[in-house]
Design a protein around this ligand. Sequence first.
Ligand code: NZQ
Ligand code: ZN
Length: 393
Amino acid sequence: MLGTFTYHNPTKLIFGTEAMKSLATELAEYGPTIQLVYGGGSIKRNGIYDQVIAALEVAGKTVVEDAGVMPNPTVDKLNEGIKIAREHHVDFLLAVGGGSCIDYAKAVAVSANLPEDVDPWQKYWVDFDEPAADLDIIPVGSVLTMVGTGSEMNCGSVITNHETKMKVGHVFADARVFPKFAVLNPEFTYTLPKYQMVAGIFDIMNHITEQYFSGEDDNTSDYLSEGLMRSLIAASRAAVVNPRDYEARSNIMWCATWALNTLVACGKTTDWEVHMLGQAVGAHTDATHGMTLAAVALPYYRLIMPYGVEKFARFATNVWDVDPAGKTTEELATAGLDAMEAWMREIGCVMHTGEFGVTEDMFEGLADSTLVMQGGYHALTRDEIIQIFRESL
Ligand code: NZQ
Ligand code: ZN
C-alpha cells in the first residue's frame, strides 16, 4: 500500500429505523438557536419535517427556518443562508435532506463568520482557501433523506455559480467542517422518486470508481472498494424492483456513506475526472448530479481504459464476475465496462447528455467548465474532453 496519509473522520453515525430518537440528545450539546436547512418541501410531504420539529421542541431549541435549498445549491442561495445565520447568531445548522442541503449547510457554516468584505465564493470555490484557524465555524448535523453524495460524513461542499457557469466542489481540509452527526434512517429514503434513487446509486458507484481507478500497487483500499461495489450492485437490483425493500435501501445508504468518507481514498491518488465532466454538464444544464455522471462515465472510461488496462481487467473479474477464460487482458477489461453498462441500463441510468438539453454547440463551453485532474490513469487533453462530450450526447 503506497502513499502516506492520515485518516480522521469525526462524524458520528446513528443508523437504523430508530435513529431519529437520538436527534434531541445530539442537539443538546449545542447552543439554543438552530438554523433548520431543508429543500423544496419533500420533508413536509413525507412527515420527516414534523419528526424533526418534535425533536427540536424536546431539545428546547429556537428554530430559524432556512427552506428552499435547491438541488445543486447556488451562490445566491448561499448568500441568503449566510444572512440568516448572521442575523440570528445561529449556534448550529441542521440539514434535513440530501447532499444539496448538507453541502449548503457546510458552506454557510464556513462563511457566516467571515469578515463582511470577504466573498465566500471567491475564497473557497475559486481560490480553494481554507478557513482560518481562528474562524468560528458553525457546527453542522444532518438528517439524511436522499442517499448518494456521502456529504453526511465528509468535508465536501459543492456550490454552483450560474453566472460563471462553474459548479465546484471544495473538499475542506479542516476537520471542523465534518458534520458532527448524521441521522441515517433508510426508511426516510422510501419516498424518493425512482429517478433520484437511481441517480444516487450511480453517484455512489462513481465515487468508488473515481478512487479505485488510480494507482498500480496492491492496496487494501481497492479490496474495500470492490466489496462496496458488489454490495451496491446487489442492493440496487433489489431496490429497483421493490423500493421499500429495507435490506436493499439500508445497504445502499451504508455503501453511500463509506464510498465517500475518505476511507477508500487512503493510499490512493484518486481520479475524479468523471465528476469534473459531470459537474460541467451540471453547471450548464442544472441536471441531477448522479445522472450527469452516468451520461459521461462510459465514454470516459472507454477512452482511458488502455492506460490502466490491468485495473479494468481486475474490475471485470472482481466486481462483475466476468469469466477471464479465453480472454486477453483488453477483452476482459472491455467486458467489465460492458457489464457496468448493462447494469446501468437495467437500473435506469440516463445514458446521454442530450436528455438534459446538451447540444453540439455547447461542447466548447462545457470543455471550458471541465477541470482536468492528474490522479487517474490519463490526464485528458481538450480534444479528448470534446470527444467525450460528443460520445455522451
Ligand atoms: O428539495 P426537496 O423537496 O427536499 O426534494 C429533493 C430534491 O429535489 C428530493 N428528495 C430528497 N429526499 C427526498 C426527496 N424526495 C422525496 N423523498 C425524499 N426522502 O431529491 C432531490 C435531490 O436532492 P439533492 O439533495 O439535490 O440530491 P443529492 O443528495 O444527490 O445532492 C446533490 C448535490 O450534492 C453534490 C452534487 O454536486 C449536488 O450539488 N455532491 C456533493 C458531494 C459531497 N459533499 O461530497 C459529492 C458528490 O459527488 C456531489 O457532487
Ligand atoms: Zn458525486
